[in-house]
Design a binder for this molecule. Sequence first.
Ligand code: DOR
Length: 436
Amino acid sequence: MPDRSDLVIRGGRVVDATGERQADVLVRDGVVAEVGEHSSVGRPDGARVLDAGGCIVAPGLVDLHAHLREPGDEEAETIETGARAAALGGFTAVVAMPNTEPPLDDAAVVASVLGAGRATACEVVSAGCITKGRGGEELAPMGELHALGVRIFTDDGACVTAGGVMRRALEYAHSLPGAVVAQHAEDPSLAAGGHMHEGSWSSRLGIPGRPAAAESAIVGRDILLAELTGTRVHFLHLSTADAVELVRDAKRRGAPVTAEAAPHHFTLTDAECRGFDPVFKVHPPLPTETDVAAIKAGLADGTIDAIATDHAPHVPEAKERPFEEAPPGMLGLETALALTLSELVEPGALSLRDALARLSWQPAAIAGLDAHGGPISEGRPANLCVIDPSVRWEVDPIRLASRSRNTPYAGRKLTGRVRHTVLGGEPVVVDGTAQR
Ligand code: DOR
């Protein structure tokens, strides 16, 4: 008797790190059992069929950077709602950022996040703080957190400003297999009091700015510290041309660094702030057109390894405050893939496979998530997403699964959408509808 959980993903184009081919995918007991021609895969008795005609069958996407707000700000998002939004966006794994309340600098809090993420629509991986309370002074118990499975250490939302503290964190992380120290590169003494990118738009609007040098000063320093200690540094949400150039140069020298960019940094500019709408407020801030072009070029030539959402839900009351008082951050999980397809792949800046590399197997490798990112072959865990690359849709904040509504893309027409997501062999999104 065939297993009741048999699943056939029928008629799609399978795209993974090894290549692409027209094939059906048979999933059994949570793993890929067969990839082949329609006739060889067939339809075992009782198998459920997911139609993938005209679609791309890809390894599930992996987000290195999502704020799921639990514990502490469950009005904005919970692990359950964030994981659902992630699955609808094609993600099978997300790294939950530790700027929660209390922060994820303690084994018990990390264990509770991992517990809450267990039965959700997406694998939730906890990041851990670099320093206690994200205060930038005393190291968090990185070894204890690592023992629980934490691989990404970051104080995101805050920069580890003191070079000596960053050096100690890197030296300590060196002894923890697979550990990555991820930096929010914005020197607070340069960014202090700024609410948008410092440039001609900030002058015109009279909004105090954050200079690009706030980012590049830290990126430059941390490249040197990565080389000094031999420990990998990952740069979160790279947003400026200077920082991209520093990382490009560092990689040329073989420095152990990786970087990510968020969709809003390759699709929006500081000009969006002209209406004083805090939905466009984010840290690091929306940059200039030159920076956007540099981020795209960095994604195209591999300087930037990953596209990460920096999904940052905020309740409406918070985002209704005046620009200078509103918190920074914007939603990202449900629009990242479509923005990548519409703004990078469709115009020819990135091939489809390179786009999937930045969204799936490269971030999976950075986070050490071996069960995600493919390849789609026999015996591999069935963490997959099925993408309809041609469907046109309009972003409607009301229809998002996130608990919050702060998307800067309301009304924007995008091409490409997730049709199905499969997590550990279970369909968690079917025909665009969440099943968990
Ligand atoms: O805009 C941001 N919002 N940048 C961050 O680094 C933190 C995030 C948040 O938590 O809201």
